[in-house]
Design a binder for this molecule. Structure first.
Ligand code: PLP
Length: 200
């Protein structure tokens, strides 16, 4: 299980403190902020991009990240693929599945994801699914959201055996990660519970 410490809106010094304690994997959601931290911090940090990514910002992000967890449209997936082909890189990505009740959250529906799984990608490697549960204290709702993501990943693994290493399930944040572990999370993205309230 991989713990991504979500450092967005926290200063580089907060990241450095966790780094000194031995942590190496951090999540950022804005290209500008990622770039500032990449420049200020040690090079052996493993960055995951977890926010909405516009295609005109790819070159600010893709050279520096281990994974883009938040691919939320075919347009973005195709752009990352094209960038990879042009730059001789294969980027690990997760497809963000929209399951939460909030309309504001990003992501694909299951129906949108299925057709792109059988396409040939050369600049991206599809590594799994990312999702966010509804922001609620009702644990039954959170469980239903996580079950939907987890079941869909299982369906993909059963029906697309040619997908090499579609093995990652990124679910679980500060408020719901213990529940996410029950549904097979391989990555959890924790901000507030590590760094406190976001400061800027
Ligand atoms: C901010 C953010 C998190 C971290 O949320 P916390 O509740 O602070 O743990 C996780 N995932 C995504 C996609 C985020 O944007």
């Amino acid at each position: 299980m991989l713990l991504v410490a979500v450092s967005k809106f926290h200063p580089a010094e907060a990241v450095m403190e966790a780094y000194r304690a031995g942590h190496r994997c951090f999540g950022e959601s804005r290209p500008q902020e990622l770039m500032a931290k990449v420049n200020a911090l040690p090079k052996d940090i493993c960055w995951h991009f977890i926010g909405h990514l516009q295609t005109n910002k790819l070159k600010m992000v893709l050279p520096y990240v281990k994974m883009v967890e938040s691919v939320d449209s075919l347009h973005l997936l195709e752009a990352i693929d094209r960038w990879g082909v042009e730059n001789g890189r294969v980027t690990d990505v997760l497809l963000e599945l929209h399951v939460a009740a909030e309309e504001t959250k990003q992501g694909f529906s299951c129906e949108e994801i299925l057709p792109l799984l059988s396409r040939q990608w050369r600049g991206v490697r599809l590594r799994g699914l990312m999702g966010m549960a509804t922001n609620t204290s009702d644990e039954a709702v959170i469980r239903a959201d996580f079950r939907k993501i987890s079941d869909f990943k299982q369906l993909i693994n059963n029906n697309f055996p040619q997908l090499d290493r579609f093995d990652q399930l990124s679910i679980g944040m500060s408020g719901d990660w213990p529940v996410a572990l029950e549904y097979g999370a391989t990555i959890v993205r924790i901000g507030t519970a590590i760094f406190g309230s976001r400061v800027y």
